[in-house]
Design a protein around this ligand. Structure first.
Ligand code: ADP
Length: 466
């Protein structure tokens, strides 16, 4: 139980991060301390060694001038003057016998063995001695005199050694509480930084538990990577929500709209079965069934296209196209039907106008508007297509002198399956205008309508110019 709890704690990211901060802090502090300690101790040591070297040269000069007597006199004078840095000054002959020795008064009674250790120690090594229970550190340096004797000085470096020791102790005293502070600060910082992630986890948990995706994660304006992640996650949720809503809407309308054609299909099949094999009735029933199933297929395909365009998942093959020439081509296709109804179909476009769009989808948009205009305009009417630019936009207007749309219908004609006043007396699925709107908006454009009953309608759409 305890081990599981411990494992859980260890797995917490903020704890691991805090521990990492603390380790980095300790390692860098130790490294810094080692560097400072190394430079400080070697600088102090070097200074002591230089002093010893200078002292040796000074004593060497005295010895050169007047031998041991002059050397003795100089050392005595310096001792009287209070020179305390050099604890030991010694001259030894070739046989290593001491022929001159000056020691501090406090060293009186020092065991010969300790003195011997100092005499024989190599240059610049530390010799630890005990005088009256107190520990001293002595460093020596020596020089060969011209007559073959050896001059040796010993310096009391206890102060230096103690200072460095104190420095080490202080560092150890500081590093422990500082590591703890660093760990706690790291915990607080890491916990603060992971707040957005915790919020994200709680929202995801709620979504999984309830299946509802309306919840959003609170964002802050710190502008760091986690905030960005949360913002992106919210956007993803919005997109999923829109997709789910659109799917639900499409499913509802499919279920609703399929009922009538399927009932009709079933009706003609049943009628055919009861017709006691009359070939003409059977052929008619089959014909009706094919027509009905084609209608169903067309409706399903258009509904799918509308849903995909509305939710932004439709794959648009955007290419630079000359909208003026696309319109001219389509108009030529519909000219025959317009002629049949004795409608005057005219087009007014600039020679070239480029937009970036999916040409097949834009063709369908223009075709739908043109089809409606032909459908809802009585004989000898007039249909005019006009293309113009307005700043960064190109606008295509399909104007007819047809039946027009009552004001009460105007707000709903872009809805799926909405059929207006005149719609019911004409063949159609009520999906044409919602398809137009969805495709134009998927191209970042907009749709508009102006209409008056009995005077005609003006449908237009605008798209960004290339
Ligand atoms: P459908 O034409 O299949 O009914 P649409 O979505 O294309 O479906 O049009 C919706 C409704 O808008 C139509 O039922 C009709 O009432 C009205 N409408 C569309 N275009 C025109 C037009 N050019 N003139 C008059 N009414 C129109």
């Amino acid at each position: 139980m305890f081990l599981r709890h411990l494992k859980k704690i260890k797995e917490k990211i903020n704890l691991r991060l805090a521990a990492l901060y603390a380790i980095i802090f300790v390692l860098s502090s130790v490294l810094l301390f080692i560097l400072i300690y190394f430079f400080l101790s070697s600088a102090l040591r070097k200074e002591d060694q230089t002093s010893m070297h200078l002292k040796l040269l000074e004593l060497w000069a005295s010895y050169e001038t007047g031998g041991i007597e002059t050397l003795g006199r100089q050392v005595t004078v310096e001792k009287i003057m209070g020179e305390k840095r050099f604890s030991l000054i010694r001259v030894a002959d070739r046989m290593k016998n001491t022929i001159f020795l000056i020691l501090p008064d406090s060293w009186r009674g020092i065991p010969t063995s300790q003195l011997q250790r100092i005499y024989t120690s190599p240059n610049h090594t530390l010799v630890k001695i005990q005088i009256n229970g107190i520990q001293f550190y002595i460093e020596t340096a020596s020089l060969n005199l011209p007559d073959g004797n050896k001059l040796q000085v010993g310096m009391n470096v206890t102060g230096r050694i103690h200072a460095l020791q104190r420095f080490r102790e202080i560092f150890m005293l500081i590093i422990i509480p500082f590591t703890l502070i660093c760990f706690v600060a790291g915990m607080v910082l890491a916990s603060r930084s992971f707040q957005p992630l915790r919020r994200l986890a709680s929202v995801v948990r709620k979504i999984i538990e309830t299946g509802k995706i309306e919840d959003r994660i609170l964002t802050t304006d710190r502008g760091n990577e986690l905030d960005e992640l949360v913002r992106l996650f919210n956007r993803m949720l919005e997109r999923i929500e829109r997709l789910v809503e659109a799917m639900r809407g499409a499913l509802d309308s499919v279920a609703h709209e399929l009922r009538t054609p399927l009932t009709r299909l079933r009706g003609s099949a049943e009628a055919a079965l009861q017709s006691s094999n009359d070939p003409e009735t059977l052929a008619n029933a089959l014909e009706e069934s094919i027509e009905e199933s084609e209608n169903i297929l067309a409706m399903l395909n258009t509904l799918m296209d509308i849903s995909e365009a509305e939710t932004g998942v439709m794959k648009l093959d955007r290419q630079i196209i000359d909208i003026a020439s696309v319109i001219s081509d389509i108009t030529e296709l519909y000219r025959y039907i317009a002629d049949e109804k004795k409608l005057i179909l005219s087009v007014d476009t600039p020679p070239e106008l480029y937009i970036k769009a999916d040409v097949s989808r834009i063709r369908q948009v223009i075709a739908n508007l043109l089809e409606n205009a032909i459908k809802y305009t009585p004989h000898k009417g007039h249909i005019k297509i006009n293309v113009s630019t307005d700043g960064p936009q190109v606008t295509v207007v399909v104007k007819d002198t047809g039946l027009g749309i009552p004001e009460s219908d105007l707000n709903n004609i872009w809805d799926r399956h909405y059929r207006g006043l005149h719609g019911h007396s004409h063949h159609g699925l009520g999906l044409g205008l919602s398809f137009v709107k969805a495709i134009v908006e998927a191209h970042n454009g907009s749709v508009h309508v102006h209409s008056r009953p009995g005077q005609g309608s003006e449908f237009s759409f605008s798209l960004p110019l290339q």
